[in-house]
Design a protein around this ligand. Sequence first.
Ligand SMILES: [Zn+2]
Ligand SMILES: [Zn+2]
Length: 240
Amino acid sequence: MQTFEALLREAEVTHGHLCAGQILGVRMAMLGCERLGIGDPKGLVNPKDRKRLVTFIEIDRCATDAIAVVTGCRLGKRAIKFRDWGKMAATFVDLGSSLSGLPTALAPQLDTPVYKAIRIAALESSKQRARELYPHIENKNQQQMLAYRELPDEDLFSEEWVGVPIHPREMPGYKSARITCQVCGEGINYDREVHHDEKILCVACASPATRYYQPLTKEELATNLKAGMETSPQPACEHC
Ligand SMILES: [Zn+2]
Ligand SMILES: [Zn+2]
């Protein structure tokens, strides 16, 4: 495993700044790898450890980038699974240890293997521990940055062993046929097509009401053209 300091520097470069969230994320991911016995998740010297990890992340905040840096897991490699639960928690899944003899609730389909994983969540009390450790530092980010380096894992995190079902089609490296949506004509990967009224559709065409976007009419576009060109300020980092 790379050292904490080296990983933190990498996280700082990737994320754009150093903050308490980076420190927490680096430590959380290092702990996850340690628990799974994955010493070299990025396969820098031991290629066997590369591709052993899939990480579920329950928040899109500063720590998320740090977790990607430590684990080498990337959204674009399908090795990060984002669950938008707004929780400072992540589950590190070891693809090298599939489990057997589990209740069917865990593996609803026979073709879905269940893997051993460690779920780690940041403790709400960690902020209080930081205050206790550095009461004289008023800046919360500075206070937490110092404390999160030093506090023992058990003061920062709770841990739980869990089983995580991952269907082969959700795995990194899964090859699927590309299907064409019969309405919009766009290509669909990874078996995301929907069979509807004897047609094969993409999700957006099958249920337009659930789209995360809605097409604008010419009139709407013209009215909003000026407003759309104004740039809104970047949201500041939560910790800074
Ligand atoms: Zn940050
Ligand atoms: Zn479509």
